[in-house]
Design a protein around this ligand. Structure first.
Ligand code: GLY
Length: 295
């Protein structure tokens, strides 16, 4: 494989555009500002470095519901989750309900080298401190105002993620989220699970949307196991979204298969995935408008 085969796709969540924290154009610019530098990283350092770079940039951008700008939970606190996996060693690592860190995805990455690859809550945060990740308050004024209003009028969801294929054929997928907003403390999202994030040598997937629905369908793992059975990506995504729609599920996903095919899908026409993708031929954004995109 050469540099010409490198592929990167990122997302900034799915749903009906919230419009409360940012405009459609601001989301588009945020995705563009992440995909270009992360694509350079993909060419120079490979898929894992590119996924980490893209997600860190999206976690930095307060309009996205991950890292700084994460939604507040019912008790007014932010707890974040992130997961990461690549086809080099097949290790899934992640953090669940971590708090007061700038980059949950970096802590998830660090856990790859540990005996236990998945930590939650206080212990995840204590681990981050021991590893030198400093205190960072991720609450922004916009999210605080949204939280106060959401107590009366529940808002929709959002998350960020990235999937990359590098010139050595290594596929990496990562996802980071501030959750669905106003949830009961202790709720566990899909992002730091193999339902929300999965990669192996046949493909990679990052999901966004209602975590309970993504877990019900084991979405990311199901895509990869069906790819292993030789089912084409387009057929898998069509069937998954049909099943999701029939169960009134609300989620979307981005994906890549080992041949470099991109896939973006959501369960309903009213749910758009905010995405950007880049390779040597394409540079596309911004929403799938609820349609199936296979490239
Ligand atoms: N998919 C993000 C969440 O449900 O928390």
């Amino acid at each position: 494989m050469g540099k010409g085969n490198c592929k990167l796709i990122i997302h900034g969540g799915a749903g009906r555009l919230e419009g409360k924290v940012a405009t459609k154009e601001q989301y588009r610019i945020g995705l563009q500002e992440a995909i270009h530098p992360a694509y350079e990283t993909l060419l120079e350092q490979g898929s894992r470095a590119a996924v980490l770079h893209a997600i860190r940039l999206l976690e930095n951008d307060p309009i996205f519901n991950a890292g700084t700008g994460s939604k507040l939970q019912k008790d007014g606190r932010v707890r974040m989750s992130a997961g990461l996996m690549d086809s080099m060693d097949g290790i899934f690592s992640g953090v669940i309900n971590i708090y007061d860190v700038e980059h949950p995805i970096s802590v998830a990455d660090s856990l790859r080298a540990e005996v236990h690859h998945l930590l939650s809550g206080n212990e995840a945060t204590e681990y981050a401190r021991r590893k030198g990740f400093p205190f960072h308050d991720p609450i922004t004024m916009s999210r605080f105002i949204e939280y106060r209003k959401a107590l009366r009028n529940r808002e929709k969801f959002g998350t960020v993620g990235a999937v990359a294929l590098d010139d050595e054929g290594i596929i990496c997928a990562g996802t980071s989220t501030g959750g669905i907003g106003n949830e009961t403390p202790g709720r566990v999202s899909d992002s730091a699970s193999v339902a929300g994030t999965f990669a192996d040598s046949v493909g990679g997937v990052s999901c966004t949307g209602k975590g309970e629905h993504i877990i019900n369908q084991a979405v990311a793992a199901q895509v990869i196991y069906r790819l292993r059975d030789g089912v084409p990506l387009k057929k898998i995504l069509t069937e998954l979204s049909k099943e999701g729609a029939s169960r009134n599920h609300e989620f979307g996903l981005i994906s890549l298969d080992q041949t470099g095919r991109f896939g973006v899908r959501s369960t309903k026409a009213s749910i758009s995935v905010l995405y950007a993708l880049k390779d040597s031929h394409h540079q596309l954004d911004f929403t799938n408008g609820g349609r199936n995109l296979i490239l």
